[in-house]
Design a protein around this ligand. Sequence first.
Ligand SMILES: *Cc1c(COP(=O)(O)O)cnc(C)c1O
Length: 389
Amino acid sequence: MEAGPPFLPYGRQSIDEADIAAVATALRGDFLTTGPTVEAFEAAFAERVGSADAVACSNGTAALHLTLLALGIGPGDVCVVPSITFLATANCAAYVGARVVFADVDPDSGLMTPETLADALARCPGGRAAAVLPVHLRGDVCDLPALQALAAAAGAVLVEDAPHALGSRMNFGSGGEQVGDSRHGVMACFSFHPVKTIATGEGGMVTTNDSDLARRLRVLRSHGMTRPPGADPWVYEMARPGFNYRLPDINCALGLSQLGRLDHFIARRQHLARLYDARLARLSPLLTPADRPVWSQPALHLYSVLIDFEAAGIDRAALMQGLASRGVGSQVHYIPVHSQPYWQEANGALDLPGARSWYDRCLSLPLFPAMEDSDVDRVAAALEEILHR
Ligand SMILES: *Cc1c(COP(=O)(O)O)cnc(C)c1O
């Protein structure tokens, strides 16, 4: 059999020899877990996103869990979560016993908007919430100033779920704003799962400008242990059970090395997205790229399109199968979380028309730094063939 071009997954990591050498150095060092590379990675990450501090942890889900724990959110509190996100955003609220109120999203961008947040807050008991967790889907940035104002008026803090948006910038007028700089939210969470913008295997980070929150995050990340000042050297204290959510030195070495390549990764993702925009234009209006808010300069974790499957006369499963048989991976981001059996059971039935419309039409096409420009052609040609256009 003749070997075809390699299968294009919708996303994958980019590991080079320098990354491998960095991990090997960590392995030869004295600390495999809590070593000097943890702090080095945290410091470089904070510097890169423009936050005062960054706290590394075992994955993006742990990052979200730690933020709610550090805020003291628990039973009786409400977290507002957009329905179009990964399961983990809502799961972390469940971990602390908080109630989740799902917000709808804009049908064409998939993002929580001031309108959908206002609607969700109106469904919260007494119009009050403890936390609002916007998700920068694909890397496109939510309307943070407006969401922050609405959250504050409802007594809630803003925690950004930002695994898609490492390196995303926005322009709300003050200039130079970056996702994770915590000008609008109190904390932002990142993930370094291999499909995300930088990879550490498993890994996560919380950024914040609040030193008290950073201290609490670090205590909760390591069993709730503190060392009382002036105490004997073996003494530790625990005021409240924490978790083992540490990120090993080995993974931090990879993260630090990957962070050095972030600008290249972003430039490549943005370049490929521009090629897609141009190459797919002739499939409009059957297939259109997701709406990009005017203030958003996304680093682009995903390249998502919206497809009118009814007009195309093909369903999504058949289209994805057609792509796969042509060596092209694709994925759906995401199934509306409020429709999961657990949440229907917990919250009762809920119709969120924006989430439904987004879900009915969305598809993520391959996007990762090692893709060739010609791969975009391959994907577009496959789509044209399947859609008979
Ligand atoms: C990846 C992701 C997470 C979870 O991160 P993990 O590192 O896989 O635990 C949470 N929220 C969103 C939006 C994500 O994309």
